[in-house]
Design a protein around this ligand. Structure first.
Ligand code: MG
Length: 255
């Protein structure tokens, strides 16, 4: 099912998408399960928000698609290359990405995002699926020039608004179902790659990350981007779509 976090009548709640409606949940399903209030809200009357606010961190994997590693001038690392984005970088569908004045080149990177559902530490790849609440769409926005000049990636990938997430969390997403990541700028396709091209699988990434960090419910893992990354400018609309989850759409402006 598709879980949304939404605002309606100035109140923020969670719901399950059912046709053109949201079935309202009694609480945050990550912590309170799927009890419903009996209420329905038309999707058209709701503003969808980031479906999860990571409780402690966004863990990201760099160069996890060979064709993207090649376009960056290298090979995919033998082990997952991890970095973090602060949870303050998260925005939701429809929110504005702010291009920082410190950067001349801000890029989109369409990615599959894993939402962690249970406290995970030293989880095996075989059991990783038990710790996954669901999947959503992410844009790993990157100040490409600062990524190069800083030498490490915290600032370049950590600016406010640099982690759009949404529009929903799909709890039954099929990793082996042929899903593709498609990114568009102003409607023009820039990235189109199958998630099956990932070098390190979701299970391996959860295991590898949880061997380093305790993952908390609501933490999010971005699993890397296929080839075709590129810049966007103020006024552009950037979309990332993943089959079976939905379209994450944001516009951009300059700071
Ligand atoms: Mg990335």
């Amino acid at each position: 099912m598709k879980v949304a976090r939404f605002r309606h009548d100035e109140v923020i709640r969670f719901g399950i998408v059912d046709g053109a409606d949201l079935v309202v949940l009694a609480g945050d399903p990550l912590f309170a399960g799927f009890d419903t209030t009996g209420e329905r809200v038309p999707l058209a009357d709701a503003v969808l928000l980031a479906p999860v606010i990571p409780r402690s961190k966004v863990v990201c994997v760099g160069k996890n698609y060979r064709d993207h590693a090649a376009e960056m001038g290298g090979e995919a690392p033998a082990e997952p290359l991890l970095f973090l984005k602060p949870n303050t970088s998260v925005i939701g569908p429809g929110d504005v990405i702010v291009r920082p004045r410190q950067s001349e080149r801000t890029d989109f990177e369409g990615e599959l995002a894993v939402v962690i559902g249970r406290v995970a530490k030293d989880v095996s790849a075989e059991k990783a699926d038990e710790y996954v609440f669901g999947y959503t769409v992410a844009n790993d926005v990157t100040a490409r020039d600062l990524q190069r000049s800083d030498g490490q990636w915290s600032r370049a990938k950590g600016f406010d608004t640099f982690c759009p997430l949404g529009p929903v969390i799909e709890t039954e997403f099929d990793l082996d179902g042929g899903a593709r990541i498609v990114s568009r700028v102003n409607g023009e396709v820039r990235q189109d790659g199958p998630i099956s091209d990932m070098v390190h699988s979701v299970a391996d990434i959860v295991a590898y990350a949880s061997a380093a960090f305790t993952l908390l419910p609501g933490d999010v893992i971005l699993t890397g981007t296929p080839a075709g990354i590129g810049p966007f400018v103020a006024g552009d609309t950037v979309e990332v779509e993943i089959t079976g989850i939905g379209v994450l759409r944001n516009t951009a402006r300059d700071a």
